[in-house]
Design a protein around this ligand. Sequence first.
Ligand code: NAD
Length: 428
Amino acid sequence: MSASINPFEMAQFQFDKVADQLKLDPSVRDYLRWPMREFHFRIPVRMDDGSMKNFQGYRVQHNDSRGPCKGGLRFHPAETVDSVRALATWMTWKCAVVDIPLGGSKGGVIVDPSTLSNGEKERLVRGWVQQMWKNIGPRLDVPAPDVGTTPQMMGWMMDEYSKLAGEYTPGVITGKPVGGGGSLGRTEATGYGVIYTVREAMQHLGMDGKKSRAAIQGFGNVAQYSAIAFREMLGGEVVCVSYWDRDDRQSYTVSKEKDFDPVFLQSITDQYGSINKQKAKDAGYAIEDAGAWISKDVDVLIPAALEGQINIETVQSISSRVKIIAEGANGPTTPDADEVIKAKGIFMIPDFLCNSGGVTVSYFESVQNDMNYYWPKQEVLQKEDHILTSAFHAVLEMSLNEKVYMRDAAYMVAIARVVKAMQLRGWI
Ligand code: NAD
């Protein structure tokens, strides 16, 4: 999130716009603009050198009318209560738009995790759980990994909660390692989900996947599996990805017009930590500047790295061939660029619909934990496809019926579902 924009004000602004369109009652609007509950606490941690250090922790539960809250835990030096509030609010809308029975929450700790040893990280996440355990749980609020936290940390958190609760409780946390209560398919879930929604958009627009080309920004978890699925599921060509080069400390676009192979690039990323330029060049890839991905002559653009990448400066370089933008990343498009995209008539698949495959499979993880019975990977991915396809069509129908942009339609579907749950529970 750009430092100049207060993310929570942005989340409230987006909500207000749709609340106007939905003519929400002022008291309902007031309720949903703010989180239901917030926890602010200090976490004392014994450091490796024997000293004690205090860290600032947060958990924000925005709304649990549709089910237990769900949301990641971020470790970041620039974390603020407002970034946690915004992300918690967006989780409410994300769970509602895919119609999984969960609410929205987020947690954070102000810390740069790269400065901590493994032992310090373990003591910090266990300390977070000691502060929060009475207010999280499979029926209350279920954290997950996010920026700066890992599956291993989720394993430690699950262990700490289980000790405090006095019983093995894997469903308190998702994003656990496979074999430690995690779900098969979680690694692929977000990228594959992006492509399930692209497939439905192509069908709606009468496009042929096999004749389509895509340009992708990023080459992390979401981008890699989006690229693989674009080729394998749709039969299309990926022509480039971009990435942050660890050695040069800058980003590049890696492109190839024919026979682009994301599995090969993934293998060199696993080996070298990021794409190795020389290995890529040897295999016939061109290395271009970081911004080259956005102006490629393609049918589909998939920003899957950072926020704010399609902005008023970059949006004009989008080729007239582009018909679909699929937002794999969170918040890749700024509101002023949205206006240009609308005017160009490009079909937008908004972030909280497009990248919701991750939270959907996290929900499946808690369901499997509850049953203590685990599904094969294919079953997980089929169930994910079913949920995302239904969500896509609910949003498309809203967009066509109300003649609104897909992003606004997604908000309208999500907010209407949350309001209905609040009504059914007699809260409003
Ligand atoms: P990641 O850390 O695995 O990958 C990020 C990628 O972006 C890396 O390839 C990195 O090299 C690249 N990158 C960084 N700076 C760049 C730059 N300046 N130019 C080009 N590339 C750059 O992260 P991820 O999990 O793939 O997440 C990507 C986005 O998707 C984020 O916005 C995240 O919030 C969102 N998201 C992720 C998930 C998930 O399940 N992983 C779910 C929903 C949303």
